[in-house]
Ligand binder design. Structure first.
Ligand SMILES: Cc1cc2nc3c(=O)[nH]c(=O)nc-3n(C[C@H](O)[C@H](O)[C@H](O)COP(=O)(O)OP(=O)(O)OC[C@H]3O[C@@H](n4cnc5c(N)ncnc54)[C@H](O)[C@@H]3O)c2cc1C
Length: 308
């Protein structure tokens, strides 16, 4: 028999208590709404020692930023943070029923999905153990810290050339291309102008004492010295909750994400989504901003129901 969390139903439950979820929770707590934020402690940037590019938090460990946010939210009497994993979500007559791995069930009138995404970088030996350190996807987050020098670019798909042109700002790049990737004459011209070296021999493995990177060992035996490698990663949703509720997904350059309107409302009534799981170009600031929008929109939807 599942344990019922509370005698009363909450106004909102938020799955994912990181940048997006905590930002939404803060708005709801400030409107004196009963909000529960559930999180199991696996933010996407946990592989990186520090976060960059967020105003007034540049260079702080990501966990310190969310730690401050957690402390500030729990000062509001109507907000609850719960540590644990959500295992299923269901629509009920009154709203939503959220089951946790520890057997607890949380009931709420509205649901915000803020559980983020998982990166799916290419399965080249050496990428996984360097992820977030010397194998990175976002130049804005960690490019400056490389300090210039030889860098690699590993990317597939239609944005490959654009990605290499951009990251050339943070070092002298070698672009590793699959043998079958064709570049247009214009792309070649721009890559040449940016000083990008093209390499079509596949990488066998990244070498060095991880997370340090010495270089990329190619299948023909050559070692291309590198300080870091940019990896144009695709992502997948960390959970199937959106699909199980019937929310539409949208195709994006990084993979299918939850479709939302400008107020972070999904295609299902009462279900909102914010953060990386609902936007392709992602970072902490965007996640916090989307969370704020979602929190306020969710509040408005509760109010309109009460006034109906
Ligand atoms: C290696 C790396 C480094 C990065 N560095 C930077 C940087 O320096 N600056 C920057 O601006 N951006 C950076 N980013 C991007 C940034 O991490 C994301 O944009 C941001 O974390 C998105 O916030 P979010 O709240 O949407 O999701 P997340 O931060 O990923 O949080 C999702 C939360 O949901 C929880 N969750 C998931 N499933 C469940 C479940 N079933 N039950 C309970 N909880 C659940 C997770 O534990 C997690 O805490 C980096 C990304 C990566 C991959």
């Amino acid at each position: 028999m599942p344990m019922q969390d509370n005698a009363h139903q909450h106004d909102a439950v938020i799955i994912g208590g990181s940048y997006a979820g905590l930002s939404a929770g803060l708005q709801l707590a400030r409107a004196r709404r009963q909000v529960v934020v559930i999180d199991d402690g696996r933010p996407r940037n946990r592989f990186a020692s520090h976060a960059h590019g967020m105003l007034s938090n540049d260079g702080r460990p990501g966990g310190d930023i969310t730690g401050d946010a957690r402390r500030q939210i729990t000062a509001y009497p109507t907000a609850q943070l719960r540590q644990g994993e959500v295992v299923s979500v269901q629509r009920t007559d009154q709203g939503f029923s959220i089951a946790m791995a520890d057997g607890a069930v949380v009931e709420a009138r509205r649901l915000l999905l803020a559980h983020g995404v998982e990166d799916t970088p290419p399965a080249i030996p050496g990428v996984k153990e360097r992820w977030g350190q010397t194998a990175i996807h976002c130049p804005w987050c960690h490019g400056y810290e490389i300090g210039q020098g030889p860098i690699g670019v590993l990317s597939q798909g239609e944005h490959t050339a654009h990605y290499a042109l951009m990251v050339a700002e943070w070092g002298a790049p070698t672009l590793f291309l699959d043998a079958d990737v064709q570049l247009s004459a214009e792309e070649r011209r721009m890559l040449d102008r940016r000083g990008v070296t093209l390499e079509r021999t596949p990488i066998a493995a990244l070498e060095g004492a991880a997370p340090q990177l010495d270089g990329a060992r190619l299948t023909d035996g050559r070692l291309i010295p590198l300080k870091a490698i940019f990896v144009g990663s695709r992502v997948r949703l960390s959970n199937g909750f959106a699909a199980s509720l019937g929310c539409e997904l949208a195709d994006t350059p990084v993979g299918p994400l939850v479709k939302v309107d400008p107020m972070q409302q999904t295609t299902q009534p009462g279900v909102f989504a914010a953060g990386d799981l609902a936007r392709a170009a992602s970072n902490i600031t965007y996640a916090a901003s989307d969370g704020m929008t979602a929190g306020q929109a969710l509040f408005r939807s509760l109010l309109m129901e009460e006034l109906a």
